[in-house]
Design a protein around this ligand. Structure first.
Ligand code: FES
Ligand SMILES: [Fe+2]
Length: 355
């Protein structure tokens, strides 16, 4: 796998055009759209979108731009409106996107056809407590791309998860480096020797769902751990494995989640430059968590923040190395199998050979 993928602006341009403009992308937690008129704005890799709940409860998504002269309609990140009103010349739109009112319409001398100037729609979906959009008209429906993953995740009832922390920040890293690192266990003894590695007891198991994939890590497979598991496993019914092991799912291209019955971690990584990304981190516990379950979620969150700190330390060193180094390609260990899969999928989307 060529190192150039982490440093070449031309490769990022291809990723933007052939991956981010075609794939389903996570637009954030669905809980922000509770009642009709609730909205969230979203930047889909340079494309300003807005999603809201229509009066009939349906999820709608549009380009966040007025049909008169293109002004940004709504400012985010979240808000509530009864109808959409452009602040520039007061064009008004209904929540279904139809243009309802043009002040002084006579001034257009009959050259305006209101029916053809609805807001520009974008395909959207709601799943697993998240909002999803795609800029593609031809991408298969989101659930079709997920396959059996949908049934597998159902017991976790991810829509019940409530944030302990949600935060976004910028890192001087190629966006792929973050996902690479989060899906390989080869570095654990060396980067997390004092923290997570002590608890990982076997080689991870790797599964694919089309372009998406899962990595399962059994953690501290001891007797006390199993009794704790049964006390902190609301939701379900879970398989023994779902209760005991950490399941990491990557939804291609840029969404990763770690799931266990009592917690959920979400990473979403957006390229902002070839050597810079915007990183969303969300850590969640199940609504109504109390006692041991509450404690376990909080303790896992603190551990997660520490592990992330260790990861970003090494990742910054990785990016500096690839940016100024001469090593032309990467080589994958068996514990880096997820990276090989990810880059093969990426190559297929881009339409280029990995070599
Ligand atoms: S740009 Fe929106 S009304 Fe003029
Ligand atoms: Fe790590």
């Amino acid at each position: 796998m060529p190192t150039a993928r982490y440093v070449e602006p031309a490769f990022l341009a291809l990723e933007r055009e052939r991956v981010f403009r075609r794939a389903w992308l996570c637009a954030g937690p669905a809980r922000h759209l509770r009642v009709p008129g609730d909205y969230v704005t979203f930047d889909a890799s340079g494309e300003a979108l807005v999603l809201w709940r229509d009066t009939d409860g349906a999820l709608r998504a549009f380009h966040n731009t007025c049909r008169h002269r293109g002004t940004r309609l709504l400012e985010g990140p979240t808000g509530h409106v009864k109808a959409i009103r452009c602040p520039y010349h007061d064009w008004k739109y209904a929540l279904d996107g139809r243009l309802r009112h043009i002040p002084g319409q006579d001034g257009f001398d009959g050259r305006i056809d209101r029916a053809s100037l609805s807001l520009l729609p974008v395909r959207a979906a709601e799943w697993a407590g998240q909002l999803w959009v795609t800029l593609s008209d031809t991408a298969p429906p989101l659930l079709d791309t997920l396959g059996t993953l949908v049934d597998e995740l159902r017991p976790y009832r991810l829509e019940e998860m409530r944030p302990i922390q949600e935060v976004t920040w910028t890192e001087s890293l190629n966006w792929k480096a973050v996902l690479d690192n989060a899906t390989e266990s080869y570095h654990l003894p060396f980067v997390h020797g004092g923290s997570v590695d002590r608890h990982v007891s076997e080689r991870p198991e790797f599964t694919t769902y089309g372009d998406h994939y899962r990595l399962t890590l059994a953690i501290a497979n001891t007797g006390w751990r199993r009794s704790l598991d049964s006390l902190t496993a609301r939701g379900g019914p879970y398989t023994e494995r779902q209760r005991a092991a950490l399941h990491k799912y990557v939804l291609f291209p840029n969404f990763l989640m770690n799931v266990l019955p009592y917690h959920l971690t979400v990473f979403v990584v957006w390229p902002t430059a070839v050597d810079q990304c915007r990183f969303f981190y969300g850590f969640y516990e199940r609504e109504g968590a109390r006692g041991l379950e509450w404690l376990r979620a909080r303790a896992t969150w603190l551990a997660s923040r520490w592990i992330l700190h260790e990861d970003f330390w090494i990742l910054n060193r990785f990016q500096r190395g690839v940016a100024s180094g001469r090593s032309p390609s990467h080589h994958y260990h068996a514990q880096e199998v997820a990276l090989a899969h990810f880059h093969a999928v990426l190559s297929r989307w881009i339409g280029s050979d990995p070599a």
